[in-house]
Ligand binder design. Structure first.
Ligand code: CA2
Length: 149
C-alpha cells in the first residue's frame, strides 16, 4: 500500500495559534505541519499537508488521494458537522481514514456532537490538542505496515 498520506484541514484552521488559544492552543498550523513532516520521516511516510476554507477544494484533495494515497488524516473543522459532500467523497476512498479534532467536541455545544465524517472514519481522535495529528499518523503507519506484512 502507498506510504503517501494526505493530512487535510478545514475552514478557519489557518488561524490556529492566532485566536482562541484557550480552545485550540498556541501552536500554528505551520507548527503542526512541521511536526507532522518530522514524524512522517521517522515513520517512513510521505505527507501532503493542506488546509482550505472551501469545501470543494477539500473534496478535490480527497479525489486526488483516491489515486495515490495509503491513508487520510482529516480535521474537517466545521464541515465535520455539516458536510454530506465530504462524507460522500471519503466513502469513495478505499484506504484508512482518521478524523482528528483538536478540541473535545463532545464537551462543547450540542451541534458539534454530530459528525458526518465519523460515519466513514476508521478512528476518531478528539480533545488531545494538536498531538492528535501525530497520533493519527502513527496509527496510519501501523495500518499500512500491517497491510504490507
Ligand atoms: O476541535 C477541532 O479541531 C474542530 O474541528 C475545530 C473547528 C470546529 O468547528 C470543530 O467543531 C472542532 C473550528 C476550527 C477553527 O479553528 C480556529 C482556530 C483558531 C482560531 C479560530 C478558529
Amino acid at each position: 500500500m502507498s506510504r503517501l498520506v494526505y493530512v487535510l484541514n478545514g475552514p478557519n484552521l489557518n488561524l490556529l495559534g492566532k485566536r482562541q488559544p484557550h480552545i485550540y492552543g498556541h501552536e500554528t498550523l505551520a507548527d503542526v505541519e512541521r511536526d507532522c513532516q518530522v514524524l512522517a520521516a521517522e515513520l517512513g511516510l510521505q505527507i501532503r499537508f493542506h488546509q482550505s476554507n472551501r469545501e470543494c477544494e477539500i473534496i478535490d484533495w480527497i479525489h486526488q488521494a483516491r489515486e495515490t494515497a495509503g491513508g487520510i488524516v482529516i480535521n474537517p473543522a466545521a464541515f465535520t458537522h455539516t458536510s454530506v459532500a465530504i462524507l460522500d467523497a471519503l466513502n469513495t476512498f478505499d484506504a484508512p481514514v482518521i478524523e482528528v479534532h483538536i478540541s473535545n467536541v463532545h464537551k462543547r455545544e450540542e451541534f458539534r456532537h454530530r459528525s458526518f465524517v465519523s460515519l466513514r472514519a476508521d478512528g476518531v481522535i478528539a480533545g488531545l490538542g494538536t498531538q492528535g495529528y501525530q497520533l493519527a499518523l502513527r496509527r496510519l503507519a501501523r495500518l499500512i505496515d500491517e497491510k504490507a506484512a
